[in-house]
Unconditional design. Structure first.
Length: 140
């Protein structure tokens, strides 16, 4: 149950033979994201549980379970910026009801991320996923 953009990312990862190439690709995805406005980097958008500074800014269009979920984000760590880009590919544009139905472990497992991220980065990724799911659940 992945977005088309995430499916394309998973296909790209299949062609990248070693983890260093995949790691660079994730970093490049983060570099391609526009920076978050400083005014949006506030405690309400900061994600706790990440070793790096992470901000996620949601935007929900509509009401109820069919409302469409969008978000932007930024981090002070390049790999984490890339992980935010991965999560955008996975969640952005879904309805808030769909967000809660995504199996993040299975989907991110398609990228083989869990075996190659440090424990701190894995915890931070889980914290970002939890924040996304909380925001979507509240909007549903």
């Amino acid at each position: 149950m992945a977005q088309e953009e995430f499916d394309e990312l998973a296909e790209t990862f299949e062609f990248l033979e070693d983890w260093e190439d995949r790691y660079r690709h994730v970093i490049d995805m983060g570099k391609a994201m526009p920076p978050l406005e400083e005014a949006l980097k506030v405690p309400a958008t900061k994600v706790d549980g990440c070793a790096s500074q992470v901000w996620l800014v949601p935007k929900v269009e509509g009401n109820g379970p069919d409302a469409v979920f969008h978000f932007w984000g930024e981090s002070d760590a390049m790999i984490v910026r890339g992980l935010i880009a991965v999560l955008i590919a996975l969640y952005d544009g879904r309805t808030v009801a769909e967000v809660g139905k995504v199996d993040p472990l299975a989907e991110l497992g398609r990228l083989d991320l869990n075996d190659h991220l440090s424990a701190q980065r894995s915890n931070g990724l889980r914290a970002m996923v939890e924040r996304i799911r909380e925001i979507a659940a509240a909007a549903a």
